[in-house]
Design a protein around this ligand. Sequence first.
Ligand SMILES: Cc1cc2nc3c(=O)[nH]c(=O)nc-3n(C[C@H](O)[C@H](O)[C@H](O)COP(=O)(O)O)c2cc1C
Length: 197
Amino acid sequence: MSIDAIVTRRSIRKFRPDAVPLSVIQEILEAARVAPSGKNDQPWEFVVLGGEEKERFCACMEAGLRRETEKPLLPESHGGLADAWNTLRIMRQAPITIAVLNRFEGTPFAEIGEGRRIGEIIATQSIGAAIQNMLLKAEDLGIGTLWIANTIFAYPELTAFLETEHQLVAAVSLGYADEKPNARPRRPLESMVTYRL
Ligand SMILES: Cc1cc2nc3c(=O)[nH]c(=O)nc-3n(C[C@H](O)[C@H](O)[C@H](O)COP(=O)(O)O)c2cc1C
């Protein structure tokens, strides 16, 4: 994989309807499989959703967003609801959405002790590495991606649909891009680094 993918990758929010071959999806998942993880415990699991299954996943996301307005589980995060509706629109357009689960954890709405919390932090880092590998591999293969955390707004609905007790961490929507966004701004390096050499 070329290192350029790190620089050329963009979040894609407009997709063409063209199907993505299963072999391409599998290459992207293979990149996730070889990601580093804490104690090499590979906490990730993936559910690949296309066609009617993806439609049903999106319908559950919509039901969750509606329920979140009426009976909020995340009242302090409602500033992000409009963005979540926009994410749903993009998920509906993308031919494939991959749900990403943490197989060692459950619902984030339950209290957990310090030990579990540390485990969760480490597993979440590992899963972030796996997702980034997927995004970069997809970029290399000419496939556009969107990393999605707005699934949190429809957590109960989506995990019920997936029939899982495992923690839904994120989703990745993918397909052939129908836009070529410019690079989004980043903070300058000197604002984020302290050298103590
Ligand atoms: C953990 C994480 C969660 C994200 N969740 C969403 C999301 O739910 N919806 C969305 O449209 N973009 C989402 N994004 C994409 C970010 O908005 C995007 O990466 C950022 O604006 C920088 O743009 P770029 O990816 O094109 O460089 C997410 C990105 C990350 C890393």
